[in-house]
Design a protein around this ligand. Sequence first.
Ligand code: OSB
Ligand code: MG
Length: 367
Amino acid sequence: MRIDGIELRVVTLPLVSPFVTSFGTQTERTALLVRAVADGVEGWGECVALPEPVYSSEYVVGALDVIERFLGPALLKESDLTAGRVGPVLHSFVGHRIAKAALEMAILDAQLRSAEQSFADYLGVTKDRVPSGVSVGIQPSIADLVTAVGGYLDEGYQRIKIKIKPGWDIEPVKALRAEFGEIPLQVDANSAYTLDDVAIFQELDDYGLLLIEQPLYEDDIRLHSVLARMISTPICLDESIVSARAAADAIALNAAQIINIKPGRVGGYLEAMRIHELAYSASIPVWCGGMLETGIARGANAALAALPGFTLPGDISGSDRFYREDITEPFVLEDGFIRVPTVPGIARLPIMDRLEEVTVSTRWIGS
Ligand code: OSB
Ligand code: MG
């Protein structure tokens, strides 16, 4: 297909409660949405970059700029574009994987819509629902944490992940085990530690965690393999796995016993599928991470997580975990599961009136 133009829309949605991690506090979600118009159909993509470069080097305004200046114009020049061509066409631009992923998502959505095919069908998945986990931010106190986790367990979430940082690690885990017993529990450090903190991880070994997510810095793949030899809890990498090549390296070095796959972080759903494939053949379990997605990408993640190697619950919670009102029909937790969409396209369409309410700016590139 040939793209007529690309709309870049920045939206801001308030969060139901502040989301606190080792890298900062978010009270709202500002996100960039991409709408590609091609051959009479439109496709939607969601750019999962945060407003600030604190999780990854990418950020909303940076993604907007690189798409407007370089990535968008390169795609507009193509006369026979498919989702599979997006990666190769943009290959000469280094990095900016989250921005590239949003464009690829929009093209894939347009392609699937014109073929009237669902993403689930494209992936060849048959599961109609995926188990739902929830990521719980750092809380003001242990009592607040216990209340928050108790609420999520009552809602039916099948796995709890808590954010940790130095000074908020052993105590919260100990408190949750004391209160809730052997619930499926894991922790996410978002790179807040160094190898000098090994004693903390050795102490966490006593609590039967499913995994420790990204304890060390993004480019410390080798040091994660050193840490893995010193502790018994499996290490799961998030930030470090920026591509299928990085995943292959981490697996070969025994730096990751489990991998968190986020389509945005790795450059798109197609690269996410390649990582799933190589992890599956290496018997490395994977699960689908989250980036406070709106309903646009949340449903696509649910379909991806229906692939057979996704054997752990993902951070694919109900829309109401973050948003009182989403920009699409909300995803709802049903007995602890999120339903895999079966409608044509990769994404659930936004509700236009709602979208206008939360839109901060709109740009159009193309004819
Ligand atoms: O590290 O997994 C992470 C949110 C923003 C940036 C990084 C992360 C997260 C989460 C939230 O943990 C997951 C979700 O969307 O539910
Ligand atoms: Mg993480």
